[in-house]
Design a protein around this ligand. Structure first.
Ligand SMILES: [Zn+2]
Length: 447
């Protein structure tokens, strides 16, 4: 090709006011693209200036044009990937021309966008947000907000703190009731009832003596009951004033709290009427209720509303489900492999490892690096397998934990950006309010 030919093949491109000049041959490098198929009869061709005009970003176009010169697309690492993809789409350039060294720059923001969307979703799920914005709220809504959202006012915060103290106090009282110092001897008629219960279970004399002196101390018992009366009253009140009963019932935390309260009152009723415990099933129900009452501790989660770290923990768990699956899958396989191997080497001379169930338990305890040491191998081969098992445990546990930790880190960092954005941008709040999905029953409700 002569010098004159080359010059006549030059093409002038005006991109957003900046001039770019290149050879026609260069543009033919990607034949399917828009620039390879320019036509002088098109609307964007200026006959006077002999140039094509495109109203695009000239900064991004510099990289697009460079791609024609190099034969592959490279982009600066600080560029927003989705924006650049839009640009490539406009120029009809396939993503397959992007060089592997630049894939990270092209796709890394997608992950960030997902994180932000998940955080925004969790903001939208925060039902009370809508009410905070509702300036014309009725007394019912105000009362609900007071009971429900500690961050709505100082009084609400004081109330939640008071309730939390009650929950903690009643739990501590319950724990203290199991100490000998805080329990009394049952009187004779009650002892008879206890004996009847024990007869059902055929317990030893030692248990009988212990249980005879396990009557809950009356003042601790009364204190717990008083706390529980206030807590139950609060729960019923909040259910009555809640504007959206369906959402209320669907909340996992409220379900736990309600179950805890119900369990407490059932066990309370049984305790005051020991003779009613006349069958194995009823005793079973009583024991479950007695200790199931610990579920009311879930009430403390109300305090955590608005504390970003708690919200982020929930989000991290819900978005780390694939990692948990990997963890459980790997752990399951390794537990089986090492459990079977250990059984095969030890079953003859080791009475602790007489069943595969025992060796599976041993493998799980070793792999999770707990290592109680209650079951140990005796043979040399057994020791070798145990060492291998311990090393595998460390490696397998470390892999997903690192990923989950980095997910948490990402959510934590982005949460501050999102909350600042929501605070500064009242339109976002309005949008959340208008969407009104704050009061719909969500399947995947975290808090
Ligand atoms: Zn590159």
């Amino acid at each position: 090709m002569t010098k004159k030919d080359l010059l006549s093949d030059k093409i002038r491109l005006n991109i957003g006011g900046l001039d770019f000049v290149t050879y026609e041959d260069t543009l033919k490098r990607f034949p399917e693209s828009k620039l390879a198929n320019l036509s002088t009869s098109a609307d964007n061709y200026d006959d006077d200036k002999h140039e094509y005009f495109f109203d695009r970003n000239p900064v991004l176009f510099a990289f697009v044009l460079d791609a024609y010169r190099k034969g592959e697309i490279h982009l600066p690492s600080d560029i927003c990937g989705p924006t650049f993809r839009n640009e490539l789409e406009f120029w009809e350039l396939s993503l397959s021309h992007v060089a592997p060294c630049c894939w990270k720059a092209l796709y890394k923001r997608d992950d960030d966008i997902k994180t932000v969307h998940k955080l925004m979703e969790s903001y939208k799920r925060n039902a009370s947000m809508r009410l905070i914005l509702d300036y014309h709220s009725t007394w019912r809504k105000k009362l609900w907000l007071f009971l429900e959202d500690p961050y709505s006012s100082k009084f609400a915060m004081a109330w939640v703190t008071f309730i939390s103290i009650l929950v903690i106090a009643s739990t501590v009282a319950e724990i203290m009731l199991t100490l000998p110092e805080f329990s009394e001897e049952f009187d004779d008629s009650e002892k008879h009832a206890v004996d009847m219960v024990l007869a059902i279970y055929e317990k030893t004399n030692h248990t009988t003596t212990r249980l005879h002196s396990m009557k809950p101390n009356w003042y601790l018992n009364t204190a717990t009951m008083c706390c529980q009366i206030i807590l139950t009253f609060e729960l019923v009140l909040s259910l009555l004033v809640c504007p959206a009963k369906k959402t209320y019932v669907c909340n996992l935390i409220r379900i736990s709290v309600t179950l805890g309260y119900v369990a407490y009152w059932v066990s309370y009723a049984f305790e005051n009427n020991l003779s009613a415990l006349n069958s194995k099933a009823l005793v079973f129900v009583y024991v479950i209720c007695r200790y199931g009452a610990i579920l009311r501790l879930a009430r403390l989660f109300y305090l955590s509303k608005g504390v970003p770290a708690f919200n982020v923990v929930g989000l991290t768990f819900s978005s780390s489900i694939p990692e948990f699956k990997i963890l459980i899958f790997l752990l399951g396989i390794l537990v089986c492999v090492f459990g079977y191997m250990m059984f095969a080497t030890e079953f003859a001379g080791n009475e602790n490892m007489g069943s595969i169930f025992a060796t599976l338990y041993w493998a799980l305890v070793t792999l999770t690096t707990v290592g109680y040491g209650d079951i140990v191998p005796y043979t040399r081969v057994g020791h070798a397998i145990a060492s291998l098992c311990a090393v595998c445990g460390i490696i397998v546990l470390a892999l997903p934990v690192g990923i989950i930790a980095s997910t948490f880190n990402k959510f934590y960092n982005f949460n501050s950006y999102v909350s600042t954005h929501v605070k500064l941008n009242t339109d976002v709040l309005k949008e959340i309010e208008e969407q009104g999905n704050a009061f719909t029953c969500k399947k995947k409700r975290i808090m």
